[in-house]
Design a protein around this ligand. Structure first.
Ligand code: ADE
Length: 232
């Protein structure tokens, strides 16, 4: 069974609407909707914003629902000039840009005493998402790259350039790498799907509200088709 996390109501509303026989349980203040979407068992949940909410949510999916995979769907700021508003980024891997133990010799972004710098997304989920996206969103571009997450809405050219220079990320948001870390610790395959709502620069706070709905539409279209085709 797939576990699907969106940070905000808007990101999961249509998925919940499509769900049949939904059973709702509340854990840690989060409502977990379990039922059938496009003929498949799934759990859909709004985690709330930020890394801690996201990690707690992913752990509940692991412990209480024993999901076979976790997909994080939502929106993000682009970190690459060729990745435009409305386009989709599928995660190859994810890391936390606000983790800094460089004073102890760790690479920026690396969590001390963990073996990996970034958490690798599942190849099979990535390939499934790529195939589905071509079908349901034929007019937009799909990219694969690193998702860099932190407890910060990125809206300055300086910070954007810092993220690109240090991490070579494709997009930035506030939950993906925390979900990735929780999935890694629990040995659950994961994928992050993010549609671009802004360019994470000085125009981000203006663009974000204008393009949020369109971006969410693209990621939800993809998610619905992925659920249809997903085999555990
Ligand atoms: N989600 C969407 N756009 C974002 C940005 N610029 N920074 C962080 N999270 C985001």
């Amino acid at each position: 069974m797939l576990g699907i996390i969106g940070a905000m109501d808007e990101e999961v509303a249509r998925l919940k609407e499509q769900m049949e026989d939904a059973q709702v349980q509340t854990w840690a203040g989060m409502e977990f909707y379990r039922g059938r979407i496009n003929g498949k068992e799934a759990v859909v949940v709004r985690s709330g914003i930020g890394k801690v909410n996201a990690a707690v949510c992913a752990q509940i999916l692991a412990d209480r629902y024993e999901v076979s995979a976790i997909v994080n769907t939502g929106i993000a700021g682009s970190l690459d000039g060729k990745i435009d508003i409305g386009d989709i980024v599928l995660s190859t891997d994810a890391l936390q840009h606000d983790m800094d133990a460089t004073n102890f010799g760790y690479t920026l972004g690396q969590i001390p005493r963990m073996e990996v710098l970034s958490f690798q997304a599942d190849r099979r989920l990535l390939e499934l998402a790529r195939a589905c996206c071509k079908e349901v969103n034929p007019d937009i571009h799909v990219y694969e790259g690193r998702v860099v997450s932190g407890d910060q809405f990125v809206s300055s050219q300086e910070k954007k350039e810092w993220l690109i220079r240090n991490f070579k990320g494709s997009c930035t948001e506030m939950e993906g790498a925390a979900i990735a870390q929780a999935a890694y610790l629990n040995e659950i395959p994961f994928l992050i799907i993010r549609a671009i709502s802004d360019k994470a620069d000085n125009s981000a706070t203006m663009d974000y509200p204008a393009f949020e709905a369109q971006a969410i539409d693209h990621s939800v279209n993809l998610m619905l088709e992925m659920i249809r085709r997903y085999e555990a």
